[in-house]
Design a protein around this ligand. Structure first.
Ligand code: GUN
Length: 295
């Protein structure tokens, strides 16, 4: 078998074109969606993501502010910034880029962002809304993007066995919530596995849809995949490569070259899940603007 490549970049571009039209009509109603992105410290990957988020906003017509704080910033100082953004009417959505420096408690920070502006969907109110199928929830961008990618590439989710490898709050857990909902684009039977799962390959081989989100380069081998499965690779791992211009290359959590011989469809890295994630953040920001303006 030779798997169909699910082109996240193309799907994301199509979605952004539709969203641009919606932003235009919000503009005619006097509403410009606004996003604030807060970065504490100098984590190189976070700097790249934050820059990409700002650029994506500029390109599509979303007002954005990027607030960069030094790595020594105290929790109190960060809270003051969040409070200011919570009260700013130009800002409909905000996020604090993770991970945070050690002196700052992530849970406290996520609780401080008002749920109505929590476009990352990490506040417990939004986590609860996603779990209970409340459509006013902000859905975390990565799993929301994966769900859209599956729907838009014609994958049958209803009744499928979706196996998720990884139980993070950002991907694994919300992915399970979204796919198990009694709703269109969902109705899957979901299994979440992780580092303590017994006979992991035996479980992953049951997945009609296999979602790898563990953050270990090429962890999922071909013999862990059910023949004909749809494989979604969430990983972006840097591996040393002297022949590459930057001295490294990006690989996913799946051994792509061999997996594509077993799967029926697979997402590449880069160009798969990545482009969808920022797209869904833009969607959430527009949803926030609509909810704030009741447009
Ligand atoms: N770090 C890695 N992914 C994310 C994300 O989706 N949102 C935020 N705020 N930080 C992240």
């Amino acid at each position: 078998m030779h798997a169909r490549i699910i082109d996240g970049k193309a799907i994301a571009e199509g979605m952004r074109a539709d969203l641009a039209k919606e932003i235009e009509s919000l503009g005619e109603a006097g509403v410009t969606p606004g996003l604030a992105v807060v970065l504490v410290g100098e984590d190189p990957a976070s700097q790249v993501y934050v820059r990409m988020k700002g650029k994506a906003c500029d390109k599509i017509g979303i007002y954005s502010e990027t607030i960069k704080l030094p790595k020594e910033t105290s929790e109190t100082e960060l809270m003051e910034v969040i409070d200011r953004l919570n009260a700013d009417p130009k800002i409909h959505g905000m996020l604090v880029q993770l991970p945070l420096p050690k002196q700052i408690n992530e849970r406290n920070v996520l609780l401080r962002i008002i749920p109505e502006k929590d476009v990352d969907g990490f506040h417990p109110v939004n986590v609860g809304k996603v779990a209970t199928g409340d459509t006013t929830a902000f859905r975390p961008a990565t799993p929301y993007g994966i769900q859209q990618m599956l729907i838009r590439s014609g994958v049958e989710i209803s009744g499928a066995h979706a196996v998720i490898v990884g139980r993070s709050n950002i991907v694994g857990k919300p992915m399970a919530s979204l796919l198990m909902q009694k709703a269109d684009g969902a109705n899957a039977t979901v299994t979440v596995c992780h580092s303590r799962t017994k006979d992991l390959p035996g479980v992953t081989r049951q997945g009609d849809i296999l979602i790898a989100a563990i953050g270990v380069a090429e962890f999922v081998k071909a013999d862990m995949i059910k023949p004909g499965a749809v494989v979604i690779d969430v990983g972006t791992n840097r591996v040393d490569d002297a022949s590459a211009e930057k001295g490294y290359r990006l690989v996913g959590d799946v051994d792509f070259d061999r997996a594509k011989e077993v799967a029926s469809a697979i997402t590449p890295v880069p160009g798969g899940v990545g482009p969808m994630t920022i797209t869904m953040l833009l969607y959430n920001t527009v949803q926030a603007a609509r909810q704030w303006s009741q447009a």
